[in-house]
Ligand binder design. Structure first.
Ligand code: NDP
Ligand code: HSE
Length: 445
């Protein structure tokens, strides 16, 4: 098991020594990193304790015309670039999993520190990467991997290292927040807003990762691992995206006083048998309109952390885009380069608590169940009895005329996923129930 204690921190190169950088990727993030780094070299020299020099920039097509970069730096041979003796820190902003994994492992095994913005890679291979960094005594930084510009990895790794984090919850995907916010505030269409988020550089190379929740699930895995000192990987996170959310769902939420957000929720809890467990989940969620998360608009992100001694903390800011992401990458780059100059290491992976991951069926939350039913005497009590049978208590029921019948909305108190699923199955069997329009989880009340 990895610990937070560095095994063999390398001695520094000495004050004033030059730090060589290999930049892997020159897309939305890579271009912003390169520009900000080369425009502010003097500041970086002071902050690091020695000058930085970009040794090369790896891209998939070096013949493509590009602005703002010295063409002699471009290469398609990323392996050769990171193997150079004069490269100390490798910045990976390519994206994907398999190829960057190869490159990052090669860099770490070669004694180079790595800064990456790649949440998919970190969430899928954290153990392997942390072990390689520990074995080589080098740094692995990934602040930009979660919520772009918002410092949340550093605070969990360092500032809250003396506290016990109980939960981390928030909006961690800019693309889906951009889409849902526009659908709610202007009635814009899902497809138009996805195209716009892609044009603005928020979306992943394959935006399915955003809209199906995979990107947020990777971030949830990283947050849960840091918060609970337990290895939580992408496969441990329950994940539902926003592709099934319709304009009707958004309108119904508005009428009921809610807004729909894609939330990541990471919790530590004690089960009925007294066993402490952790869970991480991503799904569309109803949030009351007066909750601070409801006003997080456009591509902004917000993360709430609740810790035993600190109480509640809120982190808010730009969650996607070239410059905001470059800000986090460059912060990490200064840290990694400083350690190369002066010696020492950043905190490594901490997984000592090794808490069990809860079964998703045992996770508890509240639900908003929207039904199309026959409008006749006794329907409400038939439906309520199915909830009661599974020990689910109701907090509100609303009915209105709808499509030659009635729309019945049931809001529950906290219940387990297993109990809710059993109830919905039973409700569907009732002759009076024409359809289950939607089941959306509810947080923040
Ligand atoms: P882009 O798709 O805009 O850029 C990817 C870059 O990688 C391009 O320059 C591309 O080269 C290069 N590349 C692709 N394949 C290879 C290869 N085989 N060898 C060498 N270079 C290659 O991605 P982004 O900049 O948007 O994202 C990069 C990373 O940052 C991802 O992991 C993403 O998840 C993460 N991230 C992105 C954020 C954002 O808002 N965009 C925010 C936070 C994190 P070429 O130019 O020739 O096509
Ligand atoms: N595609 C990601 C998002 C980029 O939209 O949040 C930031 O990680």
């Amino acid at each position: 098991m990895s610990t937070a204690v560095p095994t063999s921190p390398k001695a520094g190169k000495g004050a004033g020594a030059e730090v060589g950088i290999a930049l892997l990727g020159y897309g939305t993030v890579g271009q912003a990193v390169y520009r900000l780094l080369t425009e502010n070299t003097e500041d970086f020299t002071h902050r690091i304790g020695g000058p930085v020099a970009v040794r090369g920039v790896a891209v998939s097509d070096a013949s493509k015309p590009r602005e703002g970069v010295d063409p002699s730096l471009l290469t398609e041979d990323a392996h050769a670039l990171i193997a150079r003796d004069d490269v100390d820190v490798v910045v990976e902003v390519i994206g994907g999993i398999d190829y960057p994994r190869e490159l990052v492992l090669a860099a770490l095994n070669n004694g180079k520190s790595v800064v990456t913005a790649n949440k998919a890679l970190v969430a899928a291979h954290s153990a392997e990467l942390a072990e390689a960094a520990d074995a080589a005594g080098v740094d692995l930084y990934f602040e930009a991997a979660v919520a772009a510009a918002i410092p949340v990895v550093g605070p969990l790794r360092r500032s809250l290292a003396g506290d016990k984090v109980k939960s981390v919850m928030g909006i961690v995907n800019g693309t889906t927040n951009f889409i849902l916010d526009a659908m709610d505030s202007t009635g814009a269409s899902y497809d138009d807003m996805l195209a716009e988020a892609t044009r603005l550089g928020y979306a992943e190379a394959d935006p399915t990762a955003d809209v199906e929740g995979h990107d947020a699930a990777s971030k949830a895995a990283i947050l849960a691992s840091l918060a609970f000192h337990t290895r939580v990987s992408y496969d441990d996170v329950y994940c539902e995206g926003i592709s099934s959310i319709t304009a009707e769902d958004i309108e119904a939420a508005r009428t009921a006083g809610y807004v729909i957000k894609l939330l990541a929720v990471c919790e530590r809890f004690t089960d009925d048998a007294g066993v402490e467990k952790v869970s991480a989940r991503v799904h569309p969620t109803l949030v009351p309109r007066d909750h601070p998360l409801a006003s997080v608009s456009k591509s902004f992100n917000a993360v709430f952390v609740e810790a035993e001694a600190a109480g509640r903390l809120m982190f808010y800011g730009n969650g996607a885009g070239g410059n905001p992401t470059a800000s986090a990458v460059l912060g990490d780059l200064v840290g990694a380069a400083r350690n190369k100059v002066h010696g020492g290491r950043a905190p490594g992976e901490s997984t000592y608590a090794n808490l069990p991951i809860a079964e998703f069926g045992d996770v508890r939350t509240r639900y908003h169940v929207d039904l199309h039913v026959e409008d006749r005497v006794g329907v409400l009590s038939e439906i309520a009895s199915k909830f009661a049978l599974n020990q689910i208590s109701l907090s509100a029921v609303r009915q209105e005329e709808f499509n030659e019948g009635a729309r019945l909305v049931v809001v529950t108190h906290e219940a387990s996923e297993n109990d809710l699923a059993a109830t919905v199955d039973a409700v569907k069997q009732l002759p009076a129930v024409k359809s289950v329009n939607s089941v959306i989880r509810l947080e923040g009340e």
